[in-house]
Design a protein around this ligand. Sequence first.
Ligand code: NAD
Length: 276
Amino acid sequence: MIDSSLKFKGQTVIVTGSSSGIGQACAIYFGGLGANVVVNYHSNKEEANETLKQIKNGGGDGIIVKADVSKEEDVLSMFEQTIKKFGRLDVMVSNAGLQVDSPFLEMTTKQWQKVIDVNLTGQFICIREAAKQFVKQAPDEYKGKAINTSRAIGKIVMMSSVHDVIPWAGHVNYAASKGGVSMMMKSVSQELAPYKIRVNSISPGAIQTAINKAVWSKQESLKELMNLIPYRRIGTAEDVAKAVAWLASDESDYVNGETLYIDGGMTLYPEFADNG
Ligand code: NAD
C-alpha cells in the first residue's frame, strides 16, 4: 500500500533553475511528497541553500548542484552527481529559463541566441540525458527491484509558457523558444512513449516570480495585466508546482504529449469576453 501523501518516496527528481520562482516551489513541493530532490542553480547559491533548507524542513532530502543548463558538460556533471548520491532518476523537471527582451528591429543575434541556448537547447540537453538514464536503469524496474513505485520508467515535465501559442511582440526570442519547447515535447513524447517514458509540458500564464517583477510590482501594470486574466488574479509558483507534481505522478499515467495551461484563462482570448 502506497502512502499517497508521500507518493514520490524513493524517487529522485531534478528541478532545473530551482533556486527561485516556479522551480523553487516545485523542488519544495516534491520534497514534501517524499522525493529526493536535486536543486539545480545557475548563479545564486544562497537561494539554492534556501530551497534545500525548506525541503529539509518539510522532511525531504536533496542536494544542490550548480550547472548552466545550456552547457553540456555542466549538465553531464549534474547527472553524475545525481546518480552518485541517489543512484537513480525518476523525474526531470526542465524548468530553467530566462527572457532577454528587445524590439525585433533592434534584437541582436546575441540576444536571440542566449534565449534559445537556455530555454530550448538547455531543455533538449537535460531531457535527453534524463531519458538515457531512464532507459539505462529500466531493467531493475522491470525486475521489480526498484523501490520506486511508478508505472512509467521515467517522467519528464518541460516548462513552456502561454507564449507557445500566444504571439508576443518585443519577446520574439522567448516566444520562439517556447514554441520550440512545445513541438520538442510532442515529438519526444511520441518517440519515447514505447519505452514507457512520459513527456508532457506545463504552460504557465502570469505567475508572480522574479522573471516578471516589472509587471506585478507596479499597481498600474498589475491592473492592466488583470485584463488579460479572466480569473482576475496573478498565479503563484505553487499553482504551477501542484500541476507539475500531478503530471509526474501515476495519477496522470495515461497522459502523454500534453501541454497543461496553468493560466487563469489567459489563453481564452479574454478580449472577446464582451462580444469582441
Ligand atoms: P525565475 O527567474 O524565478 O526562474 C528562472 C530560473 O532559471 C532561475 O532560478 C534562474 O537562475 C534559472 N536559470 C536561468 N538561466 C539558467 C541557466 N543557464 N542554467 C540553469 N538555470 C538557469 O522565473 P520563473 O518564472 O520561476 O521561471 C521558471 C520557468 O517558468 C522559465 O522557464 C519561464 O520561462 C517559465 N515561465 C514563467 C512564467 C511566469 O509568469 N513567471 C510564465 C510562463 C513561463
